[in-house]
Design a protein around this ligand. Structure first.
Ligand code: MEV
Length: 443
């Protein structure tokens, strides 16, 4: 077993790297080479990345692609996507082109509020929190007045405060539930700062109230919720069924099977998980490219998908009176100010590429990206299957692994132009081309 190291975070970057390569790798030189190869040549830019997190020793590259031709509410966008999965950007671009010819996407923000809680226990009669709520609220608002002043000037602030009796779920458990409007910021720091002030004020209120006791109150946590059902966006596409003929499948059959595919995702959580994963391919890629928090968005979307009690599709589909409609409705808490938005040069460019959207416009763009991705996946699944497109995009990865030269890549790609490039067949063809034996399959 390795020896633990004390005070690692206090070492210089060079010392951290030395310790790391010498204690964790069979070939320290080779490991050091790879980690340092990924350092940026511009030392100031590298330092900025180093400072995003603790113990940075290198950068982790992800492809940054763009999907053009997204018509959303009549406006044309080129959408930036940071993602490693080979077929996602191609699928987005294909969907964008398909719907561009059919009127484009519509996006509408339904609500923009976020929620946070002071989770507390009270061992006794908690009625005064409810009966004297007006007095409590006055104190909570006074305690946070300074913190919210700036946000209020931008049109946001604290919309609502309530005390929630949650003792039916857990003995002695209550909440201060606070609704926030955070305008163009995701608002996590703003919300958490306010909740921390409110918790102190709540403790004082209990300690000073004649019918409450400070000793019976225990504040357990003060934290925003990443579930944001009051921060909802809807995006949709619609066209006459007859405009849907696809990949040799008649328009009516396509519409029927497509709707069935969504019905199946609503009926079967195994399928819903994969269906929604495909949606998140589109969503996460834009979230990362725009410097937002993809873990928060993932968590919110999956909670939303389970809101009925079982895990279902995030998209819906109807075929009525000859009209095909396909939509998504999801919670998206996003920011275009704060966080990485001004710090990461690629995030700055992503937002510029999108025309410097406000948070609401970005919500629409991200929802459209998820919808487009789901459309592309279901379109392929109910017609040709996904492997054709998927493996075509993956072909270059296989050839890179085989250390193919650029000329060999072109030759192999040409051969598989109209075939599904299954891994084994690519290896066989490549080896024949090079005149080398086919390697044995590793067990
Ligand atoms: C692959 O990353 C995503 C899909 O599996 C989504 C789906 O099945 O709907 C293609």
């Amino acid at each position: 077993m390795k020896d633990p190291i004390k005070g690692f975070s206090k070492l210089s970057k060079a010392a951290k790297l030395e310790w790391l390569v010498n204690n964790n790798f069979d070939h320290p030189e080779a490991a050091r080479d790879i980690f340092t190869t990924y350092w940026h040549a511009d030392a100031a830019l590298q330092q900025r990345h180093d400072e995003f997190i603790e113990n940075t020793i290198s950068n982790y590259y992800m492809p940054y692609g763009v999907a053009p031709n997204f018509k959303i509410n009549g406006k044309l966008y080129t959408i930036p996507m940071a993602i490693e999965e080979s077929s996602v950007v191609a699928a987005a671009a294909k969907s964008a082109g398909f719907w561009m010819d059919r009127g484009g996407f519509t996006a509408e923000v339904l609500s923009t509020e976020k929620i946070g809680h002071v989770h507390f226990m009270y061992e006794g009669d908690a009625t005064p929190f409810f009966e004297d709520f007006d007095a409590l609220e006055k104190e909570l608002r006074a305690a946070t007045a300074e913190l919210v002043a700036n946000m209020e000037a931008r049109g946001g602030g604290i919309s609502q405060i309530t005390v929630v009796d949650a003792t039916d779920r857990l003995e002695n458990y209550y909440q201060l539930e606070v609704i926030f409007e955070t305008c163009d910021s995701m608002g996590a720091n703003f919300i958490n700062s306010n909740l921390e002030e409110m918790a102190k004020s709540l403790e004082q209120f209990a300690a000073q109230h004649p019918k409450l006791s400070g000793d019976k109150l225990e504040v357990v946590m003060r934290i925003l919720s990443n579930y944001t059902p009051k921060c909802l966006v809807r995006a949709s596409v619609s066209c006459p069924v007859e405009e849907l003929a696809s990949e040799g499948v008649s328009a009516e059959e396509f519409a029927r099977k497509f709707k069935r595919a969504v019905d199946i995702a609503n009926a079967e959580p195994y399928r819903a998980t994969t269906h929604n994963k495909g949606i998140m391919n589109g969503i996460d890629a834009v979230i990362i490219a725009t410097g937002n928090d993809f873990r928060a968005v993932e968590a919110a979307c999956h909670t939303h998908a389970s809101r009925s009690g079982s895990y279902k599709s995030l998209t819906g589909c109807s075929v009525e009176n000859g009209i095909f409609t396909f939509w998504i409705e999801i919670p998206l808490s996003l920011g275009v100010v704060g966080g990485l938005t001004k710090l990461h040069p690629l995030v700055v460019r992503s937002l510029e590429m999108l025309g410097k959207p406000n948070a609401e416009e970005l919500m629409g763009i991200v929802a459209v990206s998820g919808l487009a991705q789901n459309f592309a996946a279901l379109r392929a699944l109910v017609t040709t299957g996904i492997q054709k497109g998927h493996m075509k995009m993956h072909l270059m990865n296989i050839l890179t692994q085989l250390e193919a030269t650029p000329e060999e890549k072109i030759q192999v790609a040409n051969f598989f132009k109209d075939k599904v490039p299954h891994h084994r067949e690519v290896v066989n063809y490549f080896c024949a081309l090079r005149g080398v034996p086919v390697p044995k399959v590793e067990k």
